[in-house]
Design a protein around this ligand. Structure first.
Ligand SMILES: [Zn+2]
Length: 273
């Protein structure tokens, strides 16, 4: 899934290449993905200028002239594509916006689990889960606030991190990276975390996210729909040597739900940790 580092780089790219352009036409290809709460998507968008993009956790928003917003929750497989209008559509394209410069901004989603909300700019409360998110992983506030937000949670730390209420923007891949950098076992119960581990998780959430943004800025070119993940240290690297200690990386689960970690650098027991 696109996480804070991926979306941060996409946001900057779209601000450079799309902000200021007018939408010539809008075409819906997969209606189930679109929630038109501020007018019909296909007839209301044309003629509006794209004012700029911003990110809130795992949501990307485009401000449009006339006080409208497109708010995208890409979920597991959503992605943006910016390309020449003549380029053939991918089957997974859900909508396309033709821009005044002859290019298209397209939204792709293989599983169509993502949602795109067309709202008035005072209608953000209508977007499910947007306001439930905690502060962004890149601007997490103080450690004391982090501890306070963690307090009501029970259960395993990885699930708490990816839930987005304590910090926003961390998904399955970067949670593995943050836990590895902090030396914390992913299935550790929150109540078993020491103060030092909690501190390291807080510090590494921002550091790992920022480092990934810096790397991706140099790696993601015009093909913003292609996810770059080959520089990650443990996520999806089951069986490969740990970059810290050389032990084989352990991997549990499948597909979008894998958890990868080093048993030696992140010690813990699967049961009763
Ligand atoms: Zn290791």
């Amino acid at each position: 899934m696109p996480e804070a580092p991926d979306l941060e780089v996409v946001k900057d790219h779209l601000n450079r290449r799309v902000a200021g352009l007018t939408i010539r036409s809008a075409k819906t290809l997969k209606p189930t993905v679109i929630r038109s709460l501020a007018g019909d998507f296909q007839t209301d968008l044309p003629g509006r200028a794209v004012e700029g993009f911003r990110r809130r956790g795992k949501f990307l928003m485009a401000g449009l002239s006339g006080s409208k917003l497109l708010v995208v929750n890409p979920m597991l497989t959503g992605a943006f594509q910016l390309c020449d209008s003549s380029k053939p559509l991918y089957k997974r394209a859900c909508f396309t916006l033709s821009l005044a410069d002859g290019r298209d901004l397209r939204y792709l989603d293989q599983r169509q689990m993502g949602r795109v909300y067309y709202v008035n700019d005072d209608g953000l409360a209508q977007v499910p889960r947007l306001d439930e998110q905690g502060p962004d992983a890149l601007s997490p506030g103080s450690f004391e606030e982090f501890q306070e937000r963690l307090r009501p949670f029970r259960g395993e730390i990885k699930g708490i991190l990816t839930g987005g209420r304590v910090l926003a923007g961390i998904g399955n891949a970067y949670a593995d990276e943050i836990l590895f950098a902090a030396g914390v076992y992913p299935f550790r119960k929150k109540k078993a975390l020491t103060i030092d581990e909690t501190r390291r998780l807080f510090d590494m959430s921002k550091a790992v996210t920022q480092e990934a943004v810096d790397i991706l800025r140099g790696r993601v070119g015009d093909d913003i729909h292609v996810k770059v993940r080959d520089f990650l240290k443990v996520h999806n690297r089951g069986g490969q040597p740990c970059p810290n200690c050389g032990a084989a990386i352990t991997q549990i689960g499948a597909n979008q739900r894998v958890t990868s970690y080093c048993r030696r650098c992140q010690p813990g027991l699967l049961v009763g940790n």
